[in-house]
Design a protein around this ligand. Structure first.
Ligand SMILES: [Zn+2]
Length: 371
């Protein structure tokens, strides 16, 4: 609870790639060093491409800028060209003479963002602006990268651009810059050798609007507690404790870690245990059937109430990149998610006893993997 308090209250919001995330990494590293581990800060770059900014400028005497959201998969750079409205951007909407060097203004709807952008690209456009058919900025993905700038604007701004077009020629400049930010994993090792490896992991970042007590100060606190407990034990196995950064941006820390693991190292990892969003509403365990079965038996023997779970679709955590390279994984998770990713994800909703049981179960799981 001391760790959880520090992370969620003393520090608070730890948004991925922020200075606060970095500060949390420093805190975690300090704890792990104090337990006697060798600690490495593994940095990685995070390209931020779905940025919102004033990245559409109407040139000329009445120069003005519009707020855009860059569609995921857009090309990068800066282009200037005459704006041309091409309706929904279907093939039949495009002018016969093509769009060479032009910026296509397209309405959202009917076909995918990708098809709109591809159609415009194939007819020579230098950029695409998609305005919304509903409230808010047009945001979304091109389902893969394209070699053309594609930004979204609101319906109001789209209609404003149409009004300007009705009065005469409009030249616009689009900008898509990919910002490189940095995040980091904290990796602590004990008894590095050639034998079997068990990896324990938890992400320590939060979303920008949340103090992240349950998600995932709780898992980080369990990870630190396990590291402290296991530091005292002499185990014939290599343990790695990893606090992952930038999970909330799409499992970036764990994906980076796995991508840096050489094949012969991967083969030594007998299990990866992940701790995320614990101490609220119960305790559930999911992942590799064999591992989960083992863990639930241990829970039973300890009279800890835990039950098996499937991964909710569309939601995952840092065990996923390990599973993707055939490492057996188990994840420990709570059962109450209503406050996750909100400003109300506070320490008062994390049950210390439940969190303690989770740590105990984690500890006994590691011990059983050694046996
Ligand atoms: Zn989480």
């Amino acid at each position: 609870m001391v760790h959880l308090r520090w992370l969620s209250q003393t520090l608070g919001v730890r948004a991925s790639t922020s200075p606060q995330e970095r500060e949390a990494a420093g805190y975690i590293a300090d704890q792990l060093i104090s337990y006697g581990y060798q600690v490495e800060i593994q940095e990685f770059t995070v390209p931020i491409i779905q940025d919102i900014g004033m990245n559409l400028r109407v040139e000329g005497l009445e120069s003005r800028t519009f707020t855009t959201a860059t569609l995921l998969g857009s090309g990068r750079g800066e282009v200037t060209g005459p704006l041309t409205f091409v309706g929904l951007g279907r093939e039949q909407d495009l002018p016969a003479e093509g769009l060479e060097g032009r910026i296509a203004l397209i309405e959202r709807g009917e076909i995918t963002f990708r098809d709109k952008a591809l159609n415009a690209h194939l007819s020579g456009a230098a950029g695409v602006v998609i305005f919304n058919n509903a409230l808010g900025l047009t945001r979304g993905t091109l389902s893969g990268s394209l070699d053309i700038l594609v930004v979204g604007v609101s319906r109001d701004d789209g209609e404003e651009l149409l009004r300007l077009l009705n009065r005469g020629d409009v030249t616009v400049t689009l900008r898509v810059v990919r910002e490189e930010r940095t995040s980091q994993n904290v990796v602590a090792t004990k008894d590095g050798g050639k034998g079997a490896v068990v990896i324990l992991g938890a992400h320590y970042d939060s979303v920008p609007e949340s103090p992240g007590a349950n998600d995932n100060g709780s898992g980080t606190a369990v990870l630190l507690t396990l590291a402290q407990e296991l530091a005292q034990m002499d185990l014939p196995i290599e343990l790695r404790f990893i606090a992952f950064g930038a999970e909330e941006l799409g499992l970036l820390g764990s994906s980076h870690y796995v991508s840096t693991l050489p094949e012969n190292e991967r083969n030594r990892v007998v299990a990866m245990l992940n701790f995320d969003a614990l101490g609220s509403g119960g305790l559930r365990v999911g992942g590799d059937d064999l591992l989960v079965g083992q863990i639930l038996t241990i829970a039973d023997n300890l009279s800890i109430s835990a039950f098996s779970t499937q991964e909710p679709s569309g939601a995952s955590s840092d065990h996923a990149p390990f599973r993707a390279v055939d490492i057996p994984v188990a994840f420990f998770v709570g059962n109450e998610f209503s406050r996750i990713h909100t400003p109300n994800d506070g320490i008062e909703f994390v049950d210390p006893e439940l969190l303690g049981q989770t740590a105990t179960l984690g500890l006994e799981t590691v011990a059983s993997l050694v046996r």
